[in-house]
Design a protein. Structure first.
Length: 432
């Protein structure tokens, strides 16, 4: 595919799509369409593929509001989709960026897309990442000193981040960007050019400029993307060992914290131990990405040497000795998501909990600890380590504390059957 030229043919796209089992089994798929050439080409190719297989397709455009003309661009995409007979929805980001602009926009975009798919029972979300996107991801992660997992880059088919969310499917990872633009030209289809794609303030834009200098060395986007595929196979092999190690070295609690035996890490191979530690930090910290490799290595060295002192923080987690030879990983309170009012559908909170309780608010326990002490025996409270208590997920109403499911507490007047908080352990596959 990478060596081919010209527009992407329908039979080529069908071959790419058919090797992705989740896409083939879906009766309805969503396509993320920004209006750029990559996502526009994906939407039109997917429409033609789906029509021959009886699969419904909906195009989704996120209006991020970061540019004055973003609403107009989203509307233009809607008109193009409508002219092609594709159903289209615009999802508006109302939160605005916090901290890193690209990271917060990406997180919000995925949350809006995932929420729409969950609300409409759509099991697959198609994303238009192409060959150069994959190669640039590898380059950027090389610059961060990433290991096997980072260099495996983007998966062609990634499991849902939480139950009910869609599988994220990328059928174009082997397709050069130039062929996608050619596909649109052959179809007579316009597209939007995002000016941020030329903004050198962004590392990914600067990464695109290096290929001319690297190509004489044989370092091309095609070769680098092939490295990602090789690393992905290594990742699969290591993942099974790392999950088994996590299960033997630690335990996740329903309250979203974990305990860890450093002794087990000392016996494990470095690569397996590092991945196991990543899984723990992902589960407790609620992040989509692992910390930088050198920080992860430094933490592993300190754990193996019993050199945590009073504790350290990393990836939204506090890692502290528990006084018994084990280590406790708890969520860092200041990094947690704020209060969220729950609706009728289960909602994802803090990237770690699926919560249900219409009209109630989910938040960390914090001041609710005092009310809990009056209602729960001290022995029950002591089952949760002190550093974890104030970051337990709790449900509140206008009268105060309603429930702390991790402690089995529910206020007597509450309808226990109507509320629930479930921790999404990284050891369990997310099930739609």
């Amino acid at each position: 595919m990478a060596a081919a030229a010209g527009p992407v043919r329908d039979d080529e796209f069908a071959a790419l799509a058919d090797r992705l089992p989740r896409l083939g089994a879906a009766g309805h798929a969503a396509v993320a369409v920004s209006g750029g050439p990559d996502s526009m080409a994906l939407a039109l190719l997917a429409q033609r593929w789906a029509a021959s297989r009886g699969v419904a397709v909906t195009a989704l455009t996120v209006d991020h509001g970061l540019r004055p003309d973003s609403a107009g661009e989203a509307a233009a995409v809607g008109q193009w989709m409508s002219a092609r007979g594709l159903r289209h929805e615009i999802l508006v980001w109302r939160g605005g960026p916090r901290g890193n602009l690209q990271a917060s926009a990406r997180q919000a975009r995925y949350r809006l897309l995932d929420d729409w798919c969950a609300a409409h029972s759509v099991p697959v979300l198609l994303l238009a990442h192409h060959l150069e996107d994959q190669a640039e991801t590898v380059l950027l992660r090389l610059g961060r000193g990433s290991g096997v997992y980072g260099l495996a880059a983007m998966a062609a088919e990634a499991p849902p981040p939480w139950p009910g969310a869609p599988f994220r499917v990328r059928p174009l990872l082997d397709v050069p960007k130039a062929r996608l633009a050619e596909t649109l030209r052959a179809m007579g289809q316009e597209w939007v050019e995002d000016p941020s794609n030329r903004n050198r303030d962004f590392a990914r834009v600067r990464a695109r400029e290096v290929w001319a200098g690297l190509s004489p060395l044989g370092i091309t986007p095609e070769r680098v993307a092939a490295t990602a595929r090789h690393m992905a196979r290594a990742r699969e092999a290591l993942d099974a060992e790392a999950r088994a190690l996590v299960a033997s070295a630690s335990g996740f609690a329903e309250g979203g914290y974990a305990t860890l035996s450093p002794a087990v890490l000392r016996k494990a191979h470095d690569e397996v131990a590092l991945r196991a530690l990543s899984l723990l930090l992902l589960g407790v910290g609620g992040n989509a990405y692992t910390p930088r490799f050198e920080r992860l290595e430094a933490l592993l060295e300190r754990l193996r040497a019993d050199d945590l002192g009073g504790g350290v923080t990393l990836a939204g987690c506090r890692i502290v000795p528990d006084g018994s030879g084990r280590v406790l990983l708890v969520r860092e309170a200041r990094r947690m998501e704020g209060p969220l009012i729950l609706g009728r559908r289960p909602a994802l909170w803090d990237g770690r909990f699926l919560a249900r309780g219409a009209g109630l608010t989910i938040d960390r326990l914090r001041s609710g600890v005092a009310a809990l002490r009056r209602a729960v025996p001290e022995a029950a409270l002591k089952r949760v380590p002190a550093p974890a208590r104030q970051v337990l997920p709790a449900l509140f109403d206008e009268r105060g504390l309603v429930a702390v499911p991790a402690l089995g507490f529910c206020r007597p007047d509450a309808q226990a059957a109507d509320l629930a908080v479930r921790f999404l352990s990284p050891l369990e596959p997310a099930r739609p």
